[in-house]
Write a protein that binds this ligand. Structure first.
Ligand code: GLC
Ligand code: CA
Length: 575
């Protein structure tokens, strides 16, 4: 028999003097992954434990006290499998192993165990739109047209002529077909040529994938992030695409027929029986398609993440109005059903404070606090990228020789091939390259940042001299300590997880303001997204006495107006 229809959660307001009950209605279907704050770790850059200059699993274990102190409750680990590293682990050559530079299976098991002891879940990256060309499946596939592995990939025999054009995101010529002389055929690669696409139409391949996922699920991992999965289904007759749309990657390459069947099958074989959570990179081409991926009654995925938010910032900046609109529209279309992911950075983006904030000495601290306040007060599961709790910035490398990332290196080659302005290309790259987001974690002020005692695989940002964990732990007003207050606030206040979101001050050019409301509990979030003082009157709202959280020392009010310092952010209870 059902004991209670409503789930009552005692809620202690941080003001200390009021106690209110926030009610999470049953329709909200509480779940750990909705309440999670996910911290993304790029293992290569987090902590090196053996002096080879490459971050590793033992390094993560050594930093577990820090990770726990953040108040996050799940981590997403970028790929840690053996890989030739054409794309830093997104080209897997053994799905059941650990890359030797990251450690071994015993270390992985220990990491998982230690995380679980601390109440932290682990989400693994699963890269199965493609494998490495050095995976045994591909080696067998390319060597013999009669191999049982031939149909694990997409081949176009040269005897049929040149294959219909397909675009590749990472290819130096933008061509997704690569000719292979061994069997006189072309294979398909939407990413780099060392990342051949797997053929999901083949049931044998699908079973292999479910089995490898079961292997990790049996170890006890809590979730999977499906890399580039919206591209997995393909029309294997490879028709010509309409003129002008050959490169329209999302429209013509994502969400093709078959994808939902694969996800349902994966759910039946892996997610449901093992109770693991799934989040896909990419959320379709419309709100409807996003719902078709994640609505609970469809039994496919739990979460997906759309690129709209992270795509708002361009090389030359972004418009606050667009940012508000994108996040508000997504929230609206998920108000009744489904669940969102909230993020503004990851390993495929430049640094958060440099893209969406202001990384000048004057505004860096306030603006990263503002961005973290935004991420941790929105409805949806926040994904926070390592280093953004400190406000790590872009490194901005200006010579192509300094770049290692396949996207940057081949992107440059393509720009050259197309006859583009290479100086301009380099300017854009320095600001937008994803390598900006991959520099080693800044633990200390030392030249090696406390990251390694060896030669780091990637340049350390010299500003580790003044942006680092050690200093920020000791400074009560640092971004790090502000971040920790935010995670505590979110965990104590279900209104910040489940509460309805309502946009206010829609047309204000500087301020992004919204309320979150759950039953009787309501709070107001006010964010001054500009480098100027901002004034805004929250008309009709009765503000609580003290902010729950404030990025500045005080909150100035003049009559009905709030006077916000540049990049000031506050969360204020409403009574
Ligand atoms: C995803 C990953 C990215 C990778 C690509 C190919 O977009 O996030 O890092 O390069 O897929 O696997
Ligand atoms: Ca190492």
């Amino acid at each position: 028999m059902r004991v209670a229809l409503l789930n009552l959660i005692g809620l202690l307001l941080l003001t200390g003097c009021q106690t209110k009950q926030a009610v999470v209605p049953e329709s909200q279907q509480q779940a750990w992954w909705k309440e999670a704050i996910v911290y993304q770790i790029y293992p290569r850059s987090f902590q090196d434990s053996n002096g080879d200059g490459v971050g590793d699993l033992q390094g993560i274990i050594d930093r577990l006290d820090y990770i726990e102190s953040l108040g996050i409750n799940a981590i997403w680990l970028n790929p840690i499998y053996p890989s030739p590293n054409a794309d830093n682990g997104y080209d897997v050559s053994d799905y059941r192993g650990i890359a030797p530079e990251f450690g071994d299976m015993e270390t992985f098991d220990r990491l998982l165990d230690e995380l679980h002891k601390r109440g932290i879940k682990l989400i693994m990256d699963v890269v199965v739109n493609h494998s490495s060309d050095e995976h045994p499946w591909f080696i067998a596939s390319r060597s013999d047209v009669n191999s049982p592995y031939r149909d694990y990939y997409h081949w176009w025999p040269a005897s049929k002529g040149t294959p219909p054009y397909r675009y590749s995101l990472f290819d130096a010529k933008g061509d997704a077909w690569k000719y292979d002389s061994i069997t006189d055929a072309y294979y398909l690669h939407y990413f780099a040529d060392k990342q051949p696409d797997l053929n999901w139409e083949n049931p044998a391949l699908r079973q292999e994938v479910y089995d490898l996922m079961k292997f990790w699920a049996q170890k006890g991992v809590d979730g999977f992030r499906l890399d580039a999965f919206q591209f997995a289904a393909k029309d294997t007759t490879f028709p010509e695409l309409p003129q002008g749309y050959e490169k329209n990657f999302i429209q013509y390459y994502a969400m093709q027929p078959g994808l939902h069947d694969y996800l349902k099958e994966m759910n039946q074989q892996v997610f449901a029986p093992y109770g693991v959570v799934s989040v896909a990179e990419g959320a379709g081409r419309s709100f409807e398609e996003a719902h078709e991926l994640v609505d609970a009654d469809r039994q496919e995925l739990q979460m997906a993440y759309a690129f709209d938010g992270v795509d708002v910032a361009k090389y030359d900046g972004y418009s606050l109005a667009t940012l508000k609109k994108v996040f508000t529209d997504w929230d609206r279309s998920f108000a009744e059903k489904g669940w969102l992911s909230i993020f503004l950075s990851n390993h495929d983006q430049a640094r958060l404070v440099s893209r969406y904030g202001n990384d000048t000495p004057e505004h860096r601290v306030a603006s990263i606090k503002l961005l973290n306040t935004f991420l941790l007060t929105m409805r949806g599961t926040p994904y926070v990228y390592y280093g953004d709790e400190l406000g790590m910035t872009n490194i901005g490398m200006d010579r192509i020789e300094e770049y290692q990332d396949v996207a940057a290196v081949n992107g440059y080659a393509k720009a050259k091939f197309m006859g583009e302005d290479l100086d301009q290309h380099m300017k854009i790259l320095a600001k937008t390259s994803r390598e900006n987001g991959r520099t080693p974690m800044q633990w200390t002020a030392d030249a090696m940042a406390g990251f390694t005692e060896g030669n780091p695989w990637m340049k350390i940002n010299p500003n580790t001299a003044f942006i680092n964990v050690q200093d920020q732990v000791a400074d009560p007003s640092s971004p790090l300590n502000h971040f920790k207050s935010l995670t505590q606030l979110r965990k104590k206040n279900p209104v910040l997880v489940y509460g309805a979101y309502e946009l206010l001050a829609e047309d204000h050019p500087q301020v992004y303001a919204y309320t979150r409301t759950l039953g009787e509990v309501s709070c107001l979030v006010v964010l001054n997204f500009s480098d100027q003082t901002a004034r805004w009157a929250p008309i009709g709202l009765s503000l609580g006495a003290q902010p729950w959280i404030n990025s500045a020392d005080q909150l100035t009010r003049e009559g009905k107006e709030l006077i916000l310092a540049p990049y000031q952010s506050v969360v204020i209870p409403l009574n």
